[in-house]
Design a protein around this ligand. Structure first.
Ligand SMILES: O=C(O)[C@@H](O)[C@@H](O)[C@H](O)[C@H](O)CO
Ligand SMILES: [Fe+2]
Length: 364
């Protein structure tokens, strides 16, 4: 029946949530995880991958999606040294394929991964959520932003925020001076042209994550931002293995991106391999905070989103994305157990209703 429900897990050393708990979430299929201590650009060794796989499978969960195998900055910058890192990336793909991995999520954002101005905004009900305030961000320097993210992280590492990169902020910004959107897009296409043949050989699908938020910041280019841009690199390397992680909260932060429509469009092309489903509430043209998954808590219609996923006959992987911090839980911002599990229960409910109604077992 349809999609496979997954849950992001940060590994045995760096996640407060045991696999045994994840196993008890209704309808769960597997976890989405990664090896976090291998420097970006290096090959993930087979034995480390199999060790992780065993841990996950021993807990009764599937190990089929990796989030993320990060892309070395030299590849994004298009430096001559990129070829070495691309070779390494290919080897990592082959090694993951041997362990039965089917989908690799990655992103192509220069310097920073996702960005927020507050990692623990308190809502009236006492829950804490992440917030992005565009006006506030515009007044921060990149250094100040990094400091505030690190301060808000509650001692947990933040996904995509590798410290090595952030230590070289100035020189990185210098290197990106001549890279505009088009150049970055060409560098992405070069990367895909090289790795997709390997993916085809070993049956591993690439699923690029949209930029979060989906617009340029601090003068750095961003390319995974809207339908037009996404279509460019999907068509440039026209293979079903060159696909998307469609993240509702990231892409949807730009009000011009109509999420149900994008799901239908790229879904019909057969290019969505992984769905991240979450809700946000707009507080300004480009400002928002994250909410529970419930439609009435945020600005998105989650029924329409799940219906679009249903209508494309989605058989890929899906996970709740960030959730609130509730019930006194202490965890990595956005990645507590409770609210993401509530999100799963809710998405499962929407799905069951849509499925039964659509198959005419019940009357709309
Ligand atoms: O939860 C998310 O989707 C984001 O927080 C990213 O960290 C995302 O995992 C990466 O950008 C994907 O490469
Ligand atoms: Fe996401």
């Amino acid at each position: 029946m349809g999609f496979k429900m997954t849950f992001r897990w940060f590994g045995p050393k760096d996640d407060n949530i045991p696999l045994e708990y994840i196993r008890q979430i209704p309808g769960i299929y597997g976890v989405v995880t990664a090896i976090f201590d291998i420097p970006v650009g290096e090959v993930w060794p087979e034995d480390r991958i199999f060790e992780l796989k065993k841990m996950v499978e021993d807990a009764g969960l599937k190990f089929e999606v990796i989030e993320s195998v990060n892309v070395h900055e030299d590849i994004k910058l298009g430096l001559p040294s990129r070829d070495r890192y691309i070779e390494n990336y290919k080897q990592t793909i082959r090694n993951l394929a041997k362990a039965g991995v089917k989908v690799i999520c990655y992103n192509f954002m220069p310097v920073f991964d996702w960005l927020r101005t507050d990692l623990a905004k308190k809502l009236p009900d006492g829950s804490e959520v992440m917030e992005y305030n565009h006006e506030m961000l515009k007044n921060l320097t990149p250094d100040e932003l990094v400091k505030s993210m690190e301060k808000g992280s509650q001692g947990f590492s933040l996904p995509g925020w590798e410290s090595y990169r952030l230590k070289q902020l100035q020189s990185l910004f210098e290197m990106y001076k001549d890279i505009d959107e088009n150049k970055l897009l060409q560098n992405l296409i070069y990367f895909l042209e090289n790795i997709i043949p390997v993916c085809e050989q070993c049956d591993v699908k690439m699923a690029i994550h949209p930029d979060d938020p989906p617009w340029s910041l601090f003068g750095l280019p961003r390319v995974v931002t809207n339908k037009e841009n996404i279509e460019k690199f999907l068509k440039a390397v026209d293979s079903p293995y060159n696909g998307l992680t469609l993240c509702t909260g990231s892409l949807g932060a730009n009000r011009e991106n109509n999420i149900p429509e994008l799901i239908k469009y790229f879904g019909k092309m057969g290019r969505i391999h992984f769905m991240h489903v979450r809700n946000i509430r707009f507080t300004g043209e480009r400002s928002f905070y994250e909410t529970s998954h419930l439609s009435t808590d945020g600005s998105f219609d989650m029924f329409e989103i799940m219906k679009a996923i249903y209508d494309i006959g989605f058989e890929g992987y899906l996970r709740p994305d960030h959730g609130r911090m509730i019930w006194g839980e202490k965890g990595r911002p956005g990645y507590g157990l409770y609210d993401r599990a509530l999100g799963i229960a809710y998405l499962n409910g929407l799905w069951e209703a849509i499925d039964k109604m659509s198959r005419n077992e019940k009357k709309w």
